[in-house]
Design a protein around this ligand. Structure first.
Ligand code: GDP
Ligand code: ZN
Length: 446
């Protein structure tokens, strides 16, 4: 049976395992009836109500706090109920099973937030920020996700949408009143307003690019001959900054991968040490995936033993790497060669063992990523950046059309496209396919 927005959904909202408190969340039209069945009454709205949670025969399954939020002033915009019981997997399962027996459907990942979006409680960029806040891998990422959730991106996108709408109205008015003198005046005004819009979109693109970096980080491959010190360098980078645990949808963690935070910039390191030839099909598949990941990397860190310098082995590694990848050449073990740490002639000299020169590498990596850090950042996704870039393209086309004296119809059409593209960010124009892709990466119960 297909999911319906009329279904009342339920999920365990706390993470699996044991904890002090466990929460079952319920949302939908049947919530009040369900509350009466489980609690024996409907709790006062928005009040913490202590109650036993009753089973089918009136037996107590658990007891705890019930919170009832009548729609539309709830997270989802519908009637919702939160049951906070004891945080054990068995009691929570009993409680969830009771909800399902009462006619609830188990919620899909992100379905509560999806409903919040569909009911206009959040726009799409804010809904994404909810997931990003939960998955934040650093304090800075969390602060920036909060800023996006509060609307840092959405407000500016809405302001730009309003400006675009205003312009479209003026241009379309010119279509209806094609008076020559008025046209010339309007054209200069429209051109000025378009220039202003372009500037604002460019600023937003720069902000979103930083925000996307903060979310997605820099993908770095560590390559080099055996014993050059790849693992030592990885450990050195991991040790100073606390290793962070993120769950990035669709990727399984394995020994080859490590994520660290560089002043808030996530650094995804892939160690190529395991990329040897193999007859084992499972291992071959792992190697194939690792190479696929290298294809998607932003740069390669080539680790060279400074005492040996670059030789045939390094040449072979360079030949095997995809040509488009920038290579950052690092000479390691300068504690043995006595070289001065830091950057000289395109090479970074350092010692993974005693740490000298490693700070220069960190700075270099941040610069390589174009990461400026700092406050005021809002978390953004590639999707937003892509939509903004396409919007800028449509506005540029409109400006060109106007400059060469093309008819207002053409300008109006470019503005319409710009509006539609920009609206993808907040979900004003969005396909079911896009929504499915976004919400399926959420946690269950969110
Ligand atoms: P990998 O095979 O490239 O991963 O290299 P490892 O990180 O396993 O290091 C190989 C050997 O070099 C180990 O014995 C390390 O202790 C040593 N080593 C790594 N980095 C340094 C360094 O900066 N200085 C010195 N003296 N030894 C290092
Ligand atoms: Zn190693």
């Amino acid at each position: 049976m297909a999911d319906s927005p009329e279904d009342t959904i339920a999920a365990i909202a706390t993470p699996p395992g044991f904890g002090g408190v466990g929460v079952v969340r319920i949302s939908g039209p049947n919530t009040a009836a369900l509350a009466r069945a489980i609690l024996g009454r409907l709790p006062a709205p928005r009040h913490a109500t202590y109650a036993p949670f009753l089973g089918e025969q009136g037996e107590t399954l658990d007891d705890g706090i019930a919170l009832f939020f009548p729609g539309p002033r709830s997270y989802t915009g519908e009637d919702t109920l939160e049951l906070q019981g004891h945080g054990g997997p068995v009691v929570l399962d009993l409680l969830l099973s009771r909800c399902l027996a009462l006619g609830c459907r188990a919620a899909r990942p992100g379905e509560f937030t999806e409903r919040a979006f569909l009911n206009g409680r959040l726009d799409l960029a804010q809904a994404e920020a909810v997931a990003d806040l939960i998955e934040a891998g650093s304090a800075q990422a969390a602060r920036s996700a909060r800023r996006a959730l509060e609307g840092a991106l959405s407000h500016e996108v809405n302001a730009l949408l309003d400006a675009l709408t205003g312009l479209r109205v003026s241009v379309e008015a010119a279509l209806d009143f094609p008076d020559e003198d008025v046209d010339i005046l309007r054209e200069a005004q429209v051109q000025a307003r378009l220039a202003d819009l372009s500037g604002r979109i460019d600023r937003l693109i720069r902000g979103a690019a930083q925000g996307a970096l903060l979310r997605e980080g820099l993908r770095l491959v560590i390559a080099g001959r055996p014993n050059a010190g790849k693992s030592s360098l990885l450990n050195r980078l991991v040790r100073r900054e606390a290793a962070i645990v993120t769950h990035i949808p669709g990727t399984t963690r394995d020994v080859l991968r490590e994520t660290v935070s560089l002043d808030g910039l996530p650094l995804h390191l892939v160690d190529t040490a395991g990329l040897r030839e193999s007859d084992d099909p499972v291992e071959q598949e792992g190697i194939r995936r690792a190479w696929a990941e290298i294809e998607a990397a932003d740069a390669v860190l080539l680790v060279v033993d400074d005492a040996l310098g670059e030789g045939e082995e390094e040449a072979a590694i360079r030949a095997r790497l995809p040509g488009h990848l920038p290579v950052i050449c690092v000479h390691n073990k300068i504690d043995l060669t006595g070289r001065v740490p830091g950057k000289q002639g395109g090479v970074l000299y350092l010692s993974a063992q005693d740490g000298q020169g490693v700070d220069s590498l960190r700075e270099h990596l941040k610069a390589q990523a174009g990461f400026s850090g700092g406050e005021g950042l809002f978390l953004a996704r590639r999707r937003h950046l892509d939509a903004l870039t396409r919007t800028a393209g449509h506005v540029a086309t409109a400006r060109d059309a106007l400059a060469v004296g093309a008819g207002p119809e053409l300008v109006a059409e470019d503005l319409r496209l710009a509006q539609e593209t920009l609206g993808e960010i907040t979900g004003r124009f969005s396909s079911d396919d896009l929504l499915g892709r976004i919400f399926s990466t959420f946690c269950i119960g969110k």
